[in-house]
Structures are given as structure tokens and as C-alpha cells.
Design a protein around this ligand. Structure first.
Ligand code: NAD
Length: 250
């Protein structure tokens, strides 16, 4: 379905981004991976997916610009790379605030502004942000993440309007909790911020949000991304799809 399409998936060496990269490659897209990680494992992934790799640090706009120049025009851009930090606002480290805004929000602006001219030239494009249930609702102790995710939802709606007559769609996918390193790594800080055990964090903080009482899978998110890249989704733009086991329905 996506033969002849070139897709950049940021933060695709792990978790949700890797599942999206795998799913796009399975549909025939030529995938460009990005993210941090062990060079040998990344080389193996490239071989498995017939993909190439650019290791730009997305917190650095000049590295993003170099990556976009290096990879050339793309048809599909998945703004997925992200990080989390959990702390009460008065203790929230300012450098963590800046890092989360840079990676979860500003990086998407820089990739998008540099990808759009090529998409406009072809009259076809798909821009997808892995936003979050936290683009729609808040949770305590996640001020930077919730701010960045609400902002990327606004950014995505704005570009959807700007690009609507160019055959380019822009949408958010907003997962609830997906079991990936990003979720696993926030458990110790959440235990500290809330004075809870690991079991309590899992059941009373994470799964308590999701009426299904189960984690979303990276593959669930990837399947929605593939649909949004299809021609059947050409009239879906400016949307924000929750895939959160019912969390934001409450
Ligand atoms: P993850 O930690 O498994 O993957 C994050 C990816 O981002 C990795 O490939 C990592 O190498 C990359 N990355 C980190 N810093 C980077 C940098 N400076 N430059 C380039 N790449 C960098 O996390 P995940 O759960 O798969 O998260 C992916 C996206 O999904 C994030 O935007 C996250 O906010 C969002 N999300 C996750 C969940 C969840 O529950 N896991 C829920 C909603 C939204």
C-alpha cells in the first residue's frame, strides 16, 4: 500500500516509533529510522527493515536541519520521539523542562517545516504526531510533558489547516499507557512523588486511568498510523485520535 513512499519516523529505535517503522516497512515504505541506541542493534534493525538510519539528536535544531538535508524529500513524517520526567512543579528541574519541550514539541516544528516543501512539490504527504492522552487531559507531576503534548496537538491542527489544499494531512495519535521504556522508566519517580510502591503505581496510577485495565500495545498505535497514511484517510486531517482504552471518555 505504501510502495514508493519514503517515511521518517523519529524516535524509532524503541517502543512505539519502532512498531510504526516496522508497520510502515511491512506496507512497502522505505523507512528512515532515527533515535538513540546501541549501534549494533540499530544496524540489525536497518537490515531487518531494509531501512536507513540517521542518529540526529532532536534536541538540537542544527542536527535536525542536517538530518533533513541528508535524507532528502519524504512523503511520511512521524513526529514520535519523546521523553518524560515526573516531579512536582516546584521541584521540576528547569533543564528537564527545556529538554522535554525541545524533544516533544520543538523537534516536530523543525522536522515539519523542513519536510513540507518536498511534500507540497509532490502534492501528497502524511504528518503524524505521536501525541498522548496527555494532549487531551492532564495528570499531576507531569507539567512539562502535558504542556508539550497539548501544544503539539495545537501545532498539528494548525498545520492541517495550512496544508489542507496540498494533499497533505496532519493528525495526532493519542495513546494512553503503552508498555515501553518511557513508561517503565517513570515508575521510580512516580513512586517517590506519590509515596507509592511499584504495584500501586501500576494499578492505582497507570492502569487506573484505563477502563480496559490493560496497556495499549505499540502495534495498536502502529496500525492506526498505517491507516492514517492510506488513501482512505485522505479526508482525515486535523484530528486527534485517542487510543487509550477509554481513559479520555471519562
Ligand atoms: P521510548 O522511550 O520507547 O522511545 C523513545 C524514542 O525516542 C527512542 O527511540 C529514543 O531513542 C528516542 N529519543 C530520545 N531522545 C532522543 C533525542 N534526543 N533525539 C532523538 N531521539 C531521541 O518511548 P515510547 O513510549 O515509545 O514513546 C514514543 C512517543 O510516544 C513519545 O512521544 C511519547 O511521549 C509517546 N507516548 C508514549 C506513551 C506510553 O505510554 N509509552 C503514551 C502516550 C504517548
Amino acid at each position: 500500500m505504501l510502495k514508493e513512499k519514503r517515511a521518517l519516523v523519529t524516535g524509532s529505535t524503541s517502543g512505539i516509533g519502532l512498531a510504526i517503522a516496522r508497520a510502515l516497512a511491512a506496507e512497502g515504505a522505505e523507512v528512515i529510522l532515527n533515535g538513540l541506541g546501541n549501534p549494533e542493534e540499530i544496524a540489525q534493525l536497518c537490515q531487518e527493515l531494509g531501512a536507513s538510519y540517521n542518529g540526529a539528536n532532536l534536541m538540537k535544531p542544527d542536527e535536525i536541519a542536517a538530518m533533513m538535508a541528508d535524507i532528502g524529500p519524504i512523503d511520511i513524517l512521524v513526529n514520535n520521539a519523546g521523553m518524560q520526567h515526573v516531579a512536582p512543579v516546584e521541584d521540576f528541574p528547569p533543564d528537564k523542562w527545556d529538554a522535554i519541550i525541545a524533544l516533544n514539541l520543538s523537534a516536530a516544528f523543525h522536522t515539519t517545516r523542513l519536510a513540507v516543501p518536498g511534500m507540497k512539490a509532490k502534492g501528497w504527504g502524511r504528518i503524524i504526531a505521536t501525541a498522548s492522552a496527555h494532549s487531551l487531559v492532564a495528570s499531576p507531576y507531569k507539567s512539562a510533558y502535558v504542556a508539550a503534548k497539548h501544544a503539539i496537538a495545537g501545532f498539528t491542527k494548525t498545520i492541517a489547516l495550512e496544508l489542507a489544499t496540498h494533499g497533505i494531512t496532519a493528525n495526532c495519535i493519542s495513546p494512553g499507557y503503552v508498555w515501553t521504556p518511557l513508561v517503565e522508566n517513570q515508575i521510580p519517580d512516580t513512586m517517590a512523588a506519590r509515596g507509592m510502591t511499584r504495584e500501586q503505581v501500576l494499578n492505582e496510577v497507570l492502569l487506573a486511568k484505563q477502563p480496559t485495565r490493560s496497556f495499549v500495545t505499540p502495534e495498536d498505535v502502529a496500525a492506526l498510523a498505517v491507516f492514517l497514511c492510506s488513501d482512505a484517510a485522505r479526508n482525515i486531517t486535523g484530528a486527534n485520535y485517542a487510543i487509550d482504552g477509554g481513559w479520555t471518555a471519562e
